[in-house]
Design a binder for this molecule. Structure first.
Ligand code: GTP
Length: 353
């Protein structure tokens, strides 16, 4: 089964990879639940259990809608909330009227809940489910069966909860590993396009202006040559710490190359970003690294302009950084504003003049 996200972007963007995993899980659960439950609609109808048959029809229609919405729109129909509700109601009601034959469905229903709902919601829903099943079993079966059913269902929920919790933790850790640079703890390039695009949307929709700063250490190669690679690594780590100290919570720090860093500064005008870049360069050059390694850096600043793409924005900053390097380093250069786009009307006016 294929979703619309191309495999290349999955590899490049861990957020998409995690979303892709969740979608596949939801898709498969609904698909196989549909395959298992659809025949039961007829079976229950033939046994004159019309209400249960109707609930199962609803369950199947919901499963098909979830699958269709995922495939065609990439969204969850009703946030996937109907599956747990209908699965729980049909398992409890089926146990009430069919006895043990209905009870067997309670176990897969309880397990599926942990993979469809957020963990806390799943724990709350399953607690209610176990209580409902305990009441139904108490009324329907001998006392010994009531205890067996309640404990075995409770244990199934506990195991499913532990498994879902561990899978969630693993996903979180994998995303962290894939999005951060292990040496400095800064973000790596994997989410760069997404984050810059987010700032561009803020500019386009709400006129909220962000800036970015590119910062590159000067003559870092000589530090490696003179002090060794390990010392170079420690300089990079200390640099990331110094930069982070000056940033706001909402700012984001990327390491986008060997000794090149990028700062994304939401709601920050060029003039303020320029002031910050000067302060950062001072904080780098004023105090030696690892006690006696003197370091300077060059930086460029670019405020996002209306209508530009993230790559054009980054490219403007890159050009300015190149200029800072070629003008002698240890300085900040502001990126040139993009040329205004001349619309058809303006061209016509110019032609007729
Ligand atoms: N220690 C260490 N060095 C790195 C790492 N990544 C890249 N480098 C080194 O960084 C150096 C970058 O050299 P250049 O691109 O010539 O840049 P530079 O010497 O800083 O010169 P300018 O940028 O022009 O001022 C190379 O020697 C790389 O080996 C890293 O993770 N750790």
């Amino acid at each position: 089964m294929k979703f619309s996200v191309p495999p290349d972007s999955l590899a490049a963007n861990p957020t998409l990879a995690v979303l892709g995993f969740k979608r596949q899980l939801v898709y498969h659960l609904h698909f196989w639940a549909f395959v298992a439950v659809a025949p039961l609609v007829m079976v229950q109808w033939q046994q004159s259990h019309y209400l249960l048959s109707a609930i199962l029809v609803l369950f199947c229609v919901n499963a098909l809608l979830v699958i269709a919405f995922l495939k065609l729109r990439g969204t969850y129909f009703l946030k996937g909330r109907l599956f747990p509700l209908l699965a729980v109601v049909s398992a409890a009601y089926s146990t009430h009227i069919n006895g043990h034959a209905g009870l067997y469905w309670a176990y897969p229903a309880a397990t599926a809940l942990f993979f469809l709902l957020p963990l806390r919601e799943a724990i709350a829903s399953n607690s209610v489910f176990v209580v409902i099943m305990a009441v139904v079993s108490f009324l329907r079966f001998p006392e010994a069966d009531f205890w067996r059913i309640t404990f075995s269902l409770g244990l199934t929920c506990l195991f499913a909860m532990i498994f879902a919790w561990l899978v969630g933790k693993l996903q979180h850790e994998l995303t962290r590993l894939a999005t951060t640079d292990p040496l400095t703890g800064c973000l790596n390039r994997s989410q760069l396009a997404d984050i810059l695009n987010g700032q561009i949307q803020m500019r386009e929709r709400y006129e909220r202006v962000s800036s970015l700063v590119l910062l590159d250490l000067d003559y870092f190669k000589t530090i490696n040559d003179q002090w060794g690679h390990l010392a170079g690594d420690r300089v990079l780590r200390e640099l990331a710490l110094r930069l982070r100290k000056r940033l706001r919570e909402s700012d984001q720090l990327f390491r986008i190359g060997g000794e090149e860093f990028m700062l994304v500064l939401p709601e920050t005008r060029q003039k303020d970003a320029d002031a910050l870049a000067h302060q950062l360069l001072t904080s780098i050059s004023a105090r030696p690294f690892l006690e006696d390694i003197k370091v300077t850096a060059s930086a460029s600043v670019a405020e996002v302009s209306k209508g530009e793409t993230w790559s054009v924005w980054l490219n403007r900053a890159d050009q300015a950084l190149y200029q800072a390097k070629s003008q002698g380093r240890n300085q900040v250069v502001n990126a040139a504003r993009p040329l205004p786009v001349i619309g058809r009307g303006a061209i016509d006016e110019a032609d007729s003049a």
